[in-house]
Design a protein around this ligand. Sequence first.
Ligand SMILES: NC(=O)c1ccc[n+]([C@@H]2O[C@H](COP(=O)([O-])OP(=O)(O)OC[C@H]3O[C@@H](n4cnc5c(N)ncnc54)[C@H](OP(=O)(O)O)[C@@H]3O)[C@@H](O)[C@H]2O)c1
Length: 245
Amino acid sequence: MQLQGAIALVTGANGGIGQYYIQGLQAAGATRIYAGARNPDSLRKIAATDPDRIIPIPLDITDESSVRAAAEAYSDVNLLINNAGVGFNQRLVADINFDKVRSEIEVNYLGTLRMCLAFAPVLKANGGGVIVNMLTILAKVNFPLNASYCASKAAALLAIQGIRAELAAQKTLVVGVMPGTVDTGMSKDFPPPKVAPEEVVRAALQAVIGEVEDVYPGEQAQEMQAQLLQDPKAVEKWMAGILAK
Ligand SMILES: NC(=O)c1ccc[n+]([C@@H]2O[C@H](COP(=O)([O-])OP(=O)(O)OC[C@H]3O[C@@H](n4cnc5c(N)ncnc54)[C@H](OP(=O)(O)O)[C@@H]3O)[C@@H](O)[C@H]2O)c1
């Protein structure tokens, strides 16, 4: 799919990576970018830089009526970017907080699923289109200090594989983006290395153009993916060892 002329919708557009999706899509020549946020006022400044193309829209992906209204109102979308996410740096045994577990599942898994379901017919009507999903390499192996986030992203990864299979018939490309730590507010308590959000967006948009389904932006994610292919148990044990440090 060419990005020139694309009509995109980005969820969590006011977040660390979301803002770079807007800029990346602008630079690539998208015709319109619906920038979704729970509080669209937070996008006023960025929208003012290109008001004909950047349209802030209210969107809470945990709210069925909000998602349904977006799919009805923005029926010209041919590129959906499921970027919204939450992470609470929670272990699963020590100090578990079920409200936070539920929130991670609600946003990262069910919210992403809800968006895919609502926009599948829209994308079909517009020739197939593309769904980009912001996952993480931690969807493939658990990092125990952030265990419940990993579980929610693993659920999203597996859901996306099923959605990809079902939407193949309508020619919708479904992309999973799996970086390591990205340098945004979400990872402020994490040590380096961190990949720049611009690099994540560049890799994701390149995947759209090149029709690549699985993307690993940055060295950290690429190395971890290579190790996971070689010896997944060793990676799990290495992650578990971090708890003992
Ligand atoms: N940062 C990392 O290290 C990293 C690594 C791998 C993957 N990711 C993934 O990349 C994506 C973007 O993360 P980020 O680093 O840019 O984090 P961020 O700066 O915290 O941005 C998260 C965005 O998600 C939005 N959001 C949260 N709940 C929502 C809901 N119910 N409905 C709609 N929007 C909602 C937030 O909006 P509000 O302002 O309304 O809260 C915010 O715009 C996430 O899916 C994250 O899991 C991040």
